[in-house]
Design a binder for this molecule. Structure first.
Ligand code: FES
Ligand code: FES
Length: 711
């Protein structure tokens, strides 16, 4: 039985846990002595003076230049470098000392500047990523990062470079182990680690430098390379897509041309005729010698990324820009009774407040209630409730703490097994639908819904699974589970929103500027021509960065009210809770095969949770990879009081593939067959057969099997 409790006024965890909040009011006694010494003041030995919470004037020596600035004692070196000195090459990924994106050198040591108070840097030289290159001449470690392609999105790169640079300063001839140790505190979500090790060793001269652009003047070199023709004659390309006939005559009047392409793998190419726009350049011959395709070329934006010059949306700083802080629900399930922002509005530096009216992400009730609640129903911890825009990030956080939210806390369920039990707290009281949205395909329509389970969505072929299983000589039934994963881009979700009378501009960390434009135009009832979305670089997205998101909408509302640009970026905690994840899954598989391994039946019954959203299906691999007489899949969404899922690299397929391939391995064991041979017997796809052949060779598969069989 539900038992409503009065939640009373609570602060969001996002604001409650900040380090700034922790030290606020206490001042910084420990740093005072050093500061006074650095400033030439006299401090009696053993006595510390309390500083703050107001601003104090300090001198910092940054990249060889003395800078005199006023800072709050609670300000970190990272925030002072970025917000006060505009050295945005230093990134912030976690603000908790966990990711290394903020690494700078303090004296000779690499330190996380998010864990270093600016006051603690007084009297010690600070070197940031901007301090390494000399004009266009990159430092050896920067040049090596470009030459060895040790970066992808590049958001972690300044921190990685600084850690390696510090290592090379103290140890000019490191081993790979030394490099690994040096970057152990740097997280790269794109997975560039092997290239980072290579680059550091090459910069030290410990490893032979691989082919790459010459050191120095790299931007010009890179640009020249990118401008070269792709149709020159320097290297052979096998297979791929190639035009073997001369381009055929352009179809009269249609603007299209018919061309014949060679498609497939080397040795098994097939001629395919396709219509392409007549304006397309001619496709190249499969045996053409190419200068760019198939060659190692320097990444065009490498120099920008290794110098900190690449401007991510996280780095955008506009004149008069305000900073936003969001009040998030600390409860997984609650009804909001009241939101009072009056105290927050009176706080220093505050320009605007906003109370959230509608949440993007959760599934929507098919039957809308006759009257709309004033506040959105809370179905996950971390749901945004209100927001504040203030002159500084610290002032915004302070003001967010002053927002009073009255919650009626409701029972919740956050476990996929518990949610399926009779009597479990309901996430939705009536059937829902999930429309396709920016970056998300939505969920099938008109699907039955019982309790917290929406499904099944049935797929497969016309075969009779029970009959095919009964006729199988070998059968397997097994259950597999996968857990929720969060995308964890190092640059969190966020925007800088700038509302003007003549339209809105959003600098959005996104994978699709048009998806942001569409969503903002719809929600704010603006013509698309009045919505401009800019994104020069994105620090990772992995599928979760489409659409404006709640943060984009909130920031634009604040900007409209404040008549100023507003910056709103999520902190790491909110990133995990509120902007998407890969759904979990419970998959029960039944497989049946003939003695020779030929699949007879494949059946999947899957339950997955996209939190308070729908679309956790994972049957793609079962339906598409291996043919069998009878294939059947049932996909069910299980609703939980957790954040809505988002697209995540091949949605549904990693979960589905994991379970199916595990089951095939187990079936091979039962059949006494080599697992690769079992797959080859059932899957004739030429690309996958080739992949298995290559994998077999590279893993030393046959040798390992032999060793296993001989004990
Ligand atoms: S370690 Fe400082 S931002 Fe992550
Ligand atoms: S390149 Fe390291 S996080 Fe993207």
């Amino acid at each position: 039985m539900r038992s409503p409790l009065r939640g009373g006024a609570r602060m969001s965890d996002e604001t409650k846990l900040t380090r700034r909040g922790f030290v606020k009011g206490a001042g910084l006694a420990a740093s005072a002595a050093a500061l006074l010494e650095g400033a030439g003041g006299k401090q009696p030995r053993g006595k510390a003076r309390k500083l703050g919470p107001g601003e104090v004037e300090i001198s910092l020596r940054v990249n060889g230049v003395d800078r005199r600035i006023s800072v709050e004692p609670r300000q970190t070196l990272a925030s002072v470098l970025r917000d006060r000195l505009h050295l945005t090459g230093t990134k912030i990924g976690c603000d908790r000392g966990a990711c290394g994106a903020c690494t700078v050198m303090l004296g000779d040591a690499a330190v996380p500047s998010c864990l270093t108070f600016a006051l603690d840097a007084v009297g010690k030289p600070v070197t940031t990523i901007e301090g390494l290159a000399r004009g266009e001449q990159l430092a050896p470690i920067q040049a090596a990062f470009v030459a060895h392609d040790a970066l992808q999105c590049g958001f972690c790169t300044p921190g990685m470079v600084m850690s390696c640079h510090a290592l090379l300063q103290r140890n000019p001839h490191p081993t790979e182990d030394d490099v690994r140790q040096a970057v152990a505190g740097n997280t790269c979500r794109c997975g560039t680690y092997p290239k980072v090790f290579e680059a550091a060793l090459a910069a030290a001269g410990t490893a032979p430098a691989k082919a790459g652009p010459p050191q120095g003047d790299l931007p010009a070199t890179a640009r020249a390379a990118s401008g070269a023709t792709a149709f020159g004659n320097t290297s052979p390309v096998e297979g791929g897509t190639a035009e073997t006939d001369a381009a055929k005559a352009q179809d009269k009047g249609s603007g299209e041309a018919s061309r014949t392409f060679q498609v497939g793998l080397p040795g098994a190419l097939q001629a395919k005729e396709r219509k392409v726009p007549g304006s397309e350049p001619p496709a190249w011959d499969g045996s053409a010698q190419l200068q760019i395709v198939g060659q190692k070329v320097p990444r065009i934006d490498g120099p920008e990324k290794v110098t900190g010059r690449a401007r991510y949306c996280f780095d955008v700083q506009l004149p008069g820009m305000l900073h936003a802080a969001v009040v998030r629900s600390p409860y997984a399930h609650a009804r909001i009774r009241n939101v009072d922002v009056s105290a927050a509005e009176r706080m220093p530096g505050v320009h605007a407040t906003y109370v959230v009216e509608q949440l993007l992400g959760p599934a929507e009730l098919k039957l809308k209630p006759a009257t709309r609640d004033k506040y959105p129903h809370i179905r996950y911890e971390g749901a945004p409730v209100a927001a504040v825009a203030a002159a500084t990030a610290a002032q915004a956080e302070d003001a967010a703490r002053a927002v009073r939210v009255e919650y009626e806390v409701l029972p919740h369920v956050a476990d996929i097994d518990d949610a399926r039990k009779p009597g479990a707290p309901l996430v939705f009281e009536s059937p829902v639908e999930q429309k396709g949205s920016a970056g998300g395909g939505g969920a099938a329509k008109d699907v039955p819904q019982q309790g917290n389970v929406r499904g099944p969505v049935v797929g497969g072929n016309d075969g009779d699974v029970e009959k095919a299983l009964a006729g199988s000589e070998v059968r397997l039934e097994q259950e597999y589970r996968t857990e929720v994963q969060t995308h964890s881009a190092i640059e969190t979700h966020g925007v800088v929103a700038d509302w003007r009378e003549d339209g809105a501009t959003l600098y959005a960390s996104t994978q699709g500027i048009h998806s942001v434009q569409d969503e903002i135009a719809t929600l704010f009832k603006l013509p698309k021509s009045k919505v401009r979305v800019i994104c020069e670089f994105t620090g990772g997205g992995f599928g979760a960065k489409f659409g404006a998101g709640n943060h984009g909408v909130i920031a634009l509302h604040l900007s409209r009210k404040a008549k100023r640009p507003v910056r709103l970026f999520l902190d790491r905690r909110a990133e995990h809770l509120a902007v998407g994840n890969r759904p979990s899954s419970i998959q029960r598989l039944r497989l049946g095969a003939a003695k020779d391994g030929t699949f007879q039946a494949i059946e999947l019954k899957a339950f997955g949770s996209a939190g308070c959203a729908a679309g956790a299906g994972c049957a793609g691999p079962v339906k598409n990879l291996y043919p069998a007489k009878a294939v059947r899949s049932e996909e069910n969404d299980v609703f939980l009081h957790t954040g809505p899922a988002a697209a995540f690299r091949a949605p549904g397929h990693p979960q589905g593939t994991f379970a199916l391939e595990q089951a095939i391995d187990e079936l091979a064991e039962k059949l006494g067959m080599d697992p690769i041979a079992l797959r080859d017997r059932n899957d004739a796809h030429p690309a996958r057969r080739e992949e298995r052949r290559i994998g077999r060779e590279k893993f030393g598969w046959d040798e390992l099997r032999k060793r296993r069989d001989t004990g």
